[in-house]
Design a protein around this ligand. Sequence first.
Ligand code: R5P
Length: 302
Amino acid sequence: MNDDQQIPVPDRIAEFPPHWQLADSVTKLLQIDTVDYGQHRFPDQESLFRVLDNVQGASIAMLADLHDPDPHFLQLVLLAETLHDMGAASVGLLAPYLPYMRQDKRFNPGEAISSRYFADALSPHFDWLMTVDPHLHRYHSLSDIYPIPNRILHATLPIATWLNESVTNAVLIGPDEESEQWVSEVAAFSGFPHETLIKQRHGDNDVEVSFPHPERWQGKTPVLLDDIISSGHTMMAAVSHLRRAGFPPPLCIAVHGVFAPDALAGLKLAGAGDVVTTNTIPGATGRIDISNLIADSLKRQI
Ligand code: R5P
């Protein structure tokens, strides 16, 4: 199956968790209702969902924040199954940030290929999947691991538009080869030049980068751009490298701001300027709004 497949236009949004900013604005833009549901926690911490609206025959998009997937996975599945059970015609998963995509090969003997197992665990519970810029590196498409209809949205145009409104004389810099796909597209949309650094990752918090031609870009505003900031160490290594090469504090942009607890503070300490992300994940850095991108896509049937 190819990506960008037929997905029903939803007539209800189930927000997971309820009332997060992106889900609220997508629902408003689509002018459809949310599904009202309650969640009871038993003393032993098991969950019981109760759907409070009539969803018989409804096409539902579950708009889910999955940036911290482990503690939320079971609840996501329990809610999806409750909606099916209450007669929904379809229940799709709209996860603006799709987790577990980076563990896409066995890097060390005995290691899990978690992206595949996560896809296997999620897919039976949903009729379709939509997401924004998933980390497709060794996989060519989501269909390599997700056997359900799926659609990928790209935040590169909203990011380029934001950049054109906010920065002049920029050079876009990808902190590693994997970021080339995002950096080159944002460069094409925004008209700014770009270059990609070379990264070596020795561990979760141990990253080294090198910059082939720093002299070419002196005098420009450096903008580091990646798909994900998680531990922040990729960006921190790139920021430190640029600062040592004499650049001013780089603006750091990512599609998905996952941010481990010390990531933002570490970036500032390394010498970063502003840190800005899209709002695929709730948080203060989410200043590039992608609600129109999502709402427009949900309105069209391919
Ligand atoms: C990997 O290649 C990704 O594109 C990001 O560079 C990476 O996931 C960022 O992770 P961290 O912030 O933990 O270095």
